[in-house]
Design a protein. Sequence first.
Lengths: 316, 556
Amino acid sequence: MRSEYSRSLIQLGQDNPNIVVLGADTTDSLKTSYFGREFPDRFFNVGIAEANLVTISAGLAASGKISFASTYAIFLPGRAVDQIRNNIAYPSPSGKKGLDVKLVVSHGGLSVGPDGGSHQQVEDIAIMRAIPNFRVFIPADTVAVSKLTRLMANKYGPFYMRMARSKTPLVHFESQEFNMGKGITVRDGIDCTIAACGITVRMALEAAESLQQDGISCRVLDMFSIKPIDDEILEKAARETGCIVTTEEHNIFGGLGSAVAESVSESYPVPIKRIGVQDTFGESARDNEIPLLLEKHGITSINIAKQVKELRNKKL
Amino acid sequence: MGLNYYQIKKNVLQARKLVIKGTNAAGSGHPGGSFSMAEILGCLFYKHLKFDPNNPQWDDRDRLVLSKGHAAPGLFSNMAVAGYFPESELETLRKLGSKLQGHPDLKCPGVEFCGGSLGTGLSYSIGIALAGKLDSKDYHVYTIIGDGESNEGQVWEAAMTASKYKVDNLTVFLDRNFIQQDSYTERVMPLDEKLGEGDNLSEMWKDASRWKTGDKWRSFGWNVIEVDGHRVEQVDAAVKKANATKGVPTIVISRTIKGKSVEHMEDNPQWHGKAPDPDVVPIINQELDSQFMIAPSIIAGDMTNLENEVKRCAAGRADYIHLDVMDGQFVPNKTFDHAKIKELKPLTVIPFDTHLMINDPVKHVQNYVDAGSDVVTVHAEVTDESSFGEIHDLLKQNQVGVGLAINPDTEFPKWAYKFISLLDQIIVMSVVPGKSGQKYIEATHEKMARLNPILHEHNFSGYVEADGGVNLENIGSIFADGARAFVGGGAIIGQQDVRTAIKDFRYEALKSRRKQLLGKANQLGGSELVNKWIGLHVVGEKQDQIRRIAQEAGFV
């Protein structure tokens, strides 16, 4: 995902001289340093100083630049929420909402692996959703990363995009369109809906596949746009499939599950089951143990399938 | 805007009054920190900042970032004076629907930064400055940070970054007022050194050997300039120096006084974030209107070594230096001319108050502008409406203050009435001009009484300067007459210790002012308001001193 992000930035940087990229000593890891090699004047590494990173990005944006600021999830919403709120989201030049800063992070959620619980940010979506003027994306694969990076560059205002650390298999075709506030139906079905984001979209598809063999037809939605959320696609799913399982590598409080529940409860209430981190923290896991770590928190295709079966019995 | 020294001071005064108006109307707000940075903002707004109030988003404007956002009333007041919006709008401060929010906000066109959460304005300014460099713009970013704010770690993150990226289109002012919300900065979190129990802040303020803040910034790779932040001329000189410094960012460490210009607010942590009560507002306004200056006259010193006299004035903390130019014709004596002034000017940044006691001043005034005078005063006896008009225009065009002087036997001429509102200074001579060491002519008191209504009627907003025979015994009564600038000859420059002499002058004028303010309190609210006024003065020995004056005057 990071390589795709880096490639996209360079392409965008070639087309638009106003794009600037900032990092905080993780620019090799985020691969934004490639942008720096290409455009040294438009690349700023401010050192391990995330508050500074956020606010300088805001200052550049206030003067007509489009700032992409990147580091790990744990160090942005997890550390600099005051600067994100007061320096990016709050200042609204005449007729606009917030400043033109894109916070793009890697290492979201549990799949960070070996670095452990201190680095596994499972609260960022809740934090970022609560800040007015911010839009929040979680891409499921490199196609999404590329398209969403372009979307953010072309759309004014503050965005937060959370990438996963690990390599992710493709779930979208290259031709897939991404629109802000529009979920994507990656598989249709009538018995239940699985609303997923990020790395769990793949798991949801696997779960749907296995449920198919049991005669259960599952709809799978990639809810990459957590904010704004696609109320329409959710209401339709609620009406047509009667229940929704959500899944994410984030605390069940405030993440995708909450967003879906909030939306559906106001439009067409149906039973909902939220799969995710159960209000606890992560822990270290070697790369090959990451699936086991996720399993500890119920974030697997097997558990998704199990929860779908149980939830169907609670349908109204 | 490019205004002269006097006009800047005038605007600073007006802005201070608006701070009082706004915070009073709001019932809350931060006058203390607005007053400590008043001269810094004044010097920027009215001299150096490039801006257009009718086009606040002008691409090439300089940017002013108020990082210590709680001082918003100070920013808004200056914006009003500078023409961004009507002064009456200050009355909406902090109220529902107002663009004048409790902290600076982009809702108000012309505001560059949403301040409030401290410690972030410097990083933001770096962003703006870097964007300016990327776009090859030559705008400059001026940023005001607080000393309490400097507790925030992000300030130092930004300090490193500005240095790394050689952000030389950025000048930071540290409003070093030594007070933050809880208490003195050196108690809460020292920037210089920890203030012990019984240790006096004002002693630290004066003792350069105890200041370490500059060293901190120097070690971060910054160009550091240290000034008295209430001296317009020092701030002005610092901005010029900063703008000429390339390759490194500059910080101007400005020693200031929280609540400056209102005695009971000065150095008083209580006034960090509190609005004045409505009943004392008129007294505060009168106090603001009664600021005064002391100007030693160097011809009373050693005429063979005027360079040294200028240095003594600077060391003595004179407000400005009075230079009597005599040509041997208008007055019998001869002193020096513009050539000498030009030689002396580089010795100090203290304003030069050039008093031309010469014939035909209109022919010579350009020379005195070129020599570096900050205000030039010519005599009514040798000018008329036409020649003075010419002099006025020339001085204004060159950002030099305009003064008109009258001799003891001259009444203020009728032809000059039309200039009164344009004058920065009126010198009312209280000795026959020509030589120093004469006695004050008592009839000047009555002359001032005749002059005041005329000045009032014609909207005079400059300084009346008393020149001749002013000493410690009579300065109080001269102040009471309405003079606000005092030339001291033998009584200051003739003394061994100029600094003490000036301090003593100040104290006597201050006593007179205190008495006037008590009189105002008495007039408005009798002994109850007098007592309230006295009670507000809680720092140091002020309260006892003021109570004594009130007792002597029979107000309590």
